[in-house]
Design a protein around this ligand. Structure first.
Ligand code: SAH
Length: 357
């Protein structure tokens, strides 16, 4: 295994600055290097405005990438998906979405997931490990590498594999670099963290210096049903989750998004919609309705379009703003965790991949 220190780590933990000074280099060299990193340079040799000697020292002291692209899939709708493998064999997925001028990357924060949401592919085999800051950043850069030269990254959503709020220590330095002018320079308003709803961690995020957007995966408006679909919510309860969410709103002024995955005949009844409307009315919130993307081997179904329409109408009649998430990348298993699972089932075939399909 390559033990060369990661440059991305040195950038996210702030030690790169000291390295530049120790080399007797002027501080602007740091900026030059970071500009190349943000533009997804994959080799120090590309950093053409640095002296050759500095490029050589950088190469000696740091690695720029440590993942291998195992699969690179491209859907006709412009969605691209990468399956990355780390030196320890852990695999994760990241997605690039194109819509109008928007270029959004969707990031994973953990290998597997411990939350156990019953319908989700990512958590079926539990949590393998957390990703480190430099791995979260490298995943983002791998996706930025997929952009054409005239395209610019505009949004980041942390909605891939894993529970971001169970790995905040690693996530925040990576997002902070992406948000800062040293990195991608993307406003915190354009960075969304999606959570199953861990109240303690929501409050910690509310105190963070950068007000990222928060999306809460609610999926049910009463405790009994939610406990069935989202087992970790058993110990919390919806009331205390909403208290934390209200604190987040007060601290950041950011409108909240509630995600609601519609599972046919389970949480898609008019009664469920009315309960949800009662729960959210009066809050500055947006509901994102997501028809279930079936996972092979799981018994859940996508609801009938009429059920989705009815659900949406009930919320709208109550004055709640609703957005229906379009399904993107359906042909390339873009729903989190699906490609990784499939790749394990047929590892030997898939690991020969690497080209865009
Ligand atoms: N752990 C975070 C991020 C997970 S993925 C969270 O729970 O929010 C982001 C969203 O995708 C979540 O709302 C999750 O419930 C949803 N999701 C997971 N699997 C899905 C599937 N098969 N179909 C539709 N949505 C799914």
């Amino acid at each position: 295994m390559d033990l060369t220190p990661s440059l991305l780590r040195a950038l996210t933990d702030g030690t790169f600055e000291a390295w530049v000074v120790a080399q007797g280099q002027p501080p602007f060299r740091r900026k030059q290097v970071e500009r190349w990193v943000a533009r997804a340079a994959t080799d120090f040799e590309q950093m053409s405005d640095l002296p050759a000697s500095l490029r050589a020292t950088l190469k000696r002291d740091f690695a720029l990438r440590s993942s291998r692209v195992i699969r690179h899939l491209r859907d006709a709708d412009g969605t691209e998906k990468l399956l990355l493998e780390w030196p320890d064999g852990a695999r994760i997925e990241g997605v690039l979405l194109r819509e109008g001028h928007r270029r959004t990357i969707c990031l994973s924060t953990q290998v597997g997931c411990a939350m156990g949401c019953v319908f989700c592919a990512s958590g079926l085999e539990g949590l393998e490990r957390n990703l480190r800051s430099e791995e979260i950043l490298e995943q983002a850069l791998r996706l930025v590498e997929c952009l054409d030269p005239q395209e610019r990254l505009s949004h980041v959503v942390v909605m891939g594999m894993g529970e971001p709020l169970a790995n905040l220590d690693a996530l925040l330095p990576a997002l902070d670099w992406m948000a800062s002018p040293r990195g991608f320079g993307i406003s915190a308003r354009r960075i969304t963290v999606s959570t199953v709803g861990l109240p303690g961690a929501i409050r910690r995020l509310a105190r963070h210096s950068r007000p990222y957007r928060l999306a809460v995966s609610l999926h049910a408006a009463d405790d009994t049903l939610r406990a069935r679909i989202v087992p970790v919510s058993r110990s919390t309860g919806i009331a205390s989750l909403l208290e934390a969410v209200d604190d987040y709103f007060r601290a950041t002024g950011r409108r909240l998004t509630f995600e609601y995955v519609l599972l046919g005949s389970i949480n898609d009844r008019p009664l469920d919609a009315r309960r949800l409307a009662r729960l959210l009315v009066g809050r500055t919130a947006l509901v994102n309705l997501i028809p279930y993307n079936p996972v092979p081997g799981l018994p859940y179904r996508t609801p009938a379009p009429t059920a989705v329409r009815r659900f949406r109408e009930i919320l709208e009649e109550a004055g709640i703003e609703v957005r229906g998430r379009k399904r993107k990348g359906a042909r390339i298993d873009a729903a989190c965790g699906q490609l990784r699972r499939r790749s394990r089932d047929g590892r030997e075939i898939l690991s020969t991949g690497g080209g865009v399909e």
